[in-house]
Design a protein around this ligand. Structure first.
Ligand SMILES: [Zn+2]
Length: 474
């Protein structure tokens, strides 16, 4: 029956049930008030909603067989940039069962299915942000922000932040490390996987591994007020081993190294290499042996090259990438996650968000190098994945920054979909709308191949077959 309610998608605590009474058939003549209620539901209540399929033992074994058809006037094949007309994605449980012409899929499978007709929208796979920090209040950029918040409070902020990523169509995230010795980001990842709360699927680094006084040293205090030494600080090869093993012990998927200084601390120099090549090689050896990957925050030229020689899987930022560094990355297949927008944004608003004046000045200097480095990366055809490294309210802004920097719109979209899934080692699960993958589906209005800003108007979000966002009624 077309137009069946999608309430069956969610098993909700009874007290919240009133929010769920919306019906996909409403899109022909929708009740605006109810859709607004749905939007409120998605933002405020969704973290406490448990999809029935996420339960360890589903109460109803047939729940996994629910069929949903998501159809729209356009579908972007992100592999080759073809725009296909009048397409549908057939969703069974949390997976894509088929993608093809809407008419034939609806004819064949429409009986008893939930049909979501997104009209003139364009369907794309769920988006992937490969560089973010999910914990804490992203609107507090003071150097002591992390020290003024407990791990539980940072984690609650993280849960709040994750709903914003989802609302922008980002159904998978790679957390690029945190400064939380209790690993709130891993608790969120696990909680989502276990169906306790809702959010994007997460792969995550542990804590920043850094020199004492380096970019990942969370202690900005005076010498006679110093914090107890933290286990993520590593000043020699053996200490790197200890820090990597601690991250792996507590469940990190990635190891995050601070290869150079950075911007958001008050003292480091982003042009200076911090961890030695030997330290980074030790981290790579231990991580790879444990089947984990390694990302390196690397801005200065020498630090980038040392990290690449040491065998890291991805270079983050690459602010001062030069010809030699790009050649090495090309030869070794090292990924680049350029995070262009956050530096541009930080210079514009950082001071108003409490960033230290020294950080704002460093950010201005970064902008003097950024475009040259990015053009060099493009010239060498480096493997580039999408990462915002910013407040999730601005997660979609990196698309425009990549295109302004010289990327074609399709390449920017690939960086956040099919390419990102390669970086994460999840190509068989996410990144395209193809049979057997997770039913992570988003829709935008407009054509992002013509105007990349269309990526900022995500109107529909489904993650693993569960709908998180519906179009607002005009
Ligand atoms: Zn970062």
């Amino acid at each position: 029956m077309i137009g069946q309610t999608i309430e069956h998608k969610l098993s909700v605590r009874k007290i919240k049930l009133a929010f769920c009474c919306f019906n996909t058939s409403l899109f022909g003549g929708v009740n605006v008030g109810r859709l607004q209620a749905v939007a409120v539901f998605c933002v405020l209540v969704a973290p406490f909603v448990v999809p029935s399929r996420a339960q360890t033992t589903p109460a109803n074994p047939n729940a996994a067989k629910q069929i949903t058809i998501v159809r729209a006037a356009h579908l972007l094949d992100v592999r080759d940039g073809r725009v296909l007309e009048n397409q549908a994605v057939l969703v069974e449980g949390d997976r894509i069962r088929q993608v093809g012409p809407a008419a034939s899929i609806t004819n064949e499978f429409g009986h008893g299915a939930t049909v979501i007709d997104l009209g003139n929208s364009m369907l794309l796979p769920g988006l992937v942000d490969c560089h973010n920090h999910i914990l804490g209040n992203p609107k507090d950029q003071s150097p002591t922000a992390d020290l003024r918040m407990s791990s539980p409070l940072q984690t609650l902020w993280g849960l709040h932040n994750l709903q914003i990523w989802l609302a922008h169509g980002f159904t998978t995230l790679r957390d690029a490390g945190e400064s939380d010795l209790a690993y709130g980001q891993l608790a969120l990842r696990n909680g989502i996987n276990q169906g306790l709360v809702q959010g994007p699927r997460i792969v995550s680094a542990g804590n920043f591994i850094s020199l004492t006084g380096g970019h990942g040293d969370a202690d900005p205090l005076a010498p006679d007020q110093a914090l107890a030494r933290r286990p993520n600080l590593a000043d020699n090869v053996n200490e790197v081993g200890d820090a990597v093993r601690r991250d792996i012990k507590y469940g990190a998927d990635w190891i995050k190294l601070m290869a150079t200084g950075g911007v958001m601390d008050t003292t480091s120099d982003f042009n200076v290499q911090e961890l030695s090549e030997e330290q980074m090689a030790m981290a790579v050896e231990i991580a790879h042996r444990a089947r984990k990957k390694v990302m390196a925050h690397a801005e200065g030229t020498e630090g980038i090259k040392a990290a690449v020689r040491a065998g890291v899987d991805s270079i983050e930022h690459g602010t001062m990438l030069d010809e030699e560094g790009a050649t090495r990355m090309q030869q070794k297949g090292t990924w680049l996650v350029p995070t262009l927008y956050t530096f541009q944004h930080g210079v514009a608003v950082g001071a108003s968000l409490g960033a230290d004046p020294a950080s704002v000045e460093k950010g201005k200097k970064v902008l003097g190098y950024q475009q040259t480095a990015f053009a060099t990366a493009l010239k060498h055809h480096l493997k580039i994945a999408y990462g915002v490294d910013d407040d999730p309210d601005f997660v979609s802004k990196e698309f425009g920054a990549l295109v302004r920097g010289g990327m074609k719109p399709l390449d920017a979209i690939q960086a956040a979909t099919v390419r990102a899934s390669e970086l994460l080692g999840m190509s068989d699960q996410i990144g395209t709308l193809e049979m057997g993958k997770y039913a992570d589906v988003v829709a935008v209005t407009g054509d992002p191949l013509v105007d990349i800003q269309a990526m900022e108007s995500v109107v529909f979000v489904m993650k693993g077959g569960v709908v998180f966002k519906m179009p607002a009624q005009k």
